[in-house]
Design a protein around this ligand. Structure first.
Ligand code: 5GP
Length: 191
């Protein structure tokens, strides 16, 4: 059995990555790594499904206990990938998806050179602002902070292996499936 891939997906918030991943994750060969965060849950978000919502002191305790493969501070909150399930799932042949921001992705690049890095970009900053406003979950200053953050993140896309522009959703989903398929077919080179 082929070992599962580690697929790192980054996208500024509001790029539609949640919708793309929801579709991809209908296939049981994928495993979504549920991150821990100190951000408060948004409406509809469930603990253990979307995130493990932790108090700051608890998160910091786990940093000290080395429980995270990577973690980062983003817009004032901690976000981190708990290491435990990842190896287990990959050894069982499932592709593990990490949905993380750029600083965390760069940590994974150093730790797991065989990971696949996919950046999802909005068609334009205007479209991103419209999508964030339409979602209605954030206040106007949080939206502006996130648009500014997105512009910063877009300048990091060269550090990724693939970039998907999420203009037409069905195309973006097909693009991600094509990337995973080509990674499955790649010949593993011995050093
Ligand atoms: P949001 O608050 O919109 O759910 O997430 C904010 C950002 O944190 C997103 O870019 C998301 O991909 C990123 N993020 C979520 N989980 C993790 C994680 O475990 N580690 C890192 N480094 N970033 C994460």
């Amino acid at each position: 059995m082929q070992r599962g891939k580690l697929i790192v997906v980054s996208a500024p918030s509001g790029c539609g990555k949640g919708t793309i991943l929801k579709e991809i994750l209908k296939d049981p060969k994928f495993y979504y790594s549920v991150s821990a965060t100190t951000r408060k849950p948004r409406e509809g978000e469930q603990d253990g499904v979307h995130y493990r919502f932790l108090e700051r002191a608890d998160f910091e305790e786990r940093i000290r206990a080395d429980a995270f493969l990577e973690y980062a501070e983003y817009c004032g909150n901690y976000y981190g990938t708990l290491s435990a399930p990842i190896e287990e799932q990959r050894n069982a042949g499932r592709h593990v998806i990490l949905e993380i921001e750029v600083q965390g992705a760069m940590q994974i690049r150093k730790l797991c050179p065989d990971a696949v890095f996919v950046f999802i970009a909005p068609p334009s900053p205007e479209v991103l602002r419209e999508r964030l406003t339409g979602r209605g979950t954030e206040s106007p200053d949080v939206i502006e902070a996130r648009v500014a953050q997105a512009e910063k993140e877009l300048s990091c896309k060269e550090a990724y292996d693939y970039c998907i522009i999420n203009d037409v959703l069905a195309d973006a989903i097909a693009d991600l499936r094509a990337i995973v398929r080509s990674e499955e077919l790649k010949i593993e080179k011995m050093d």
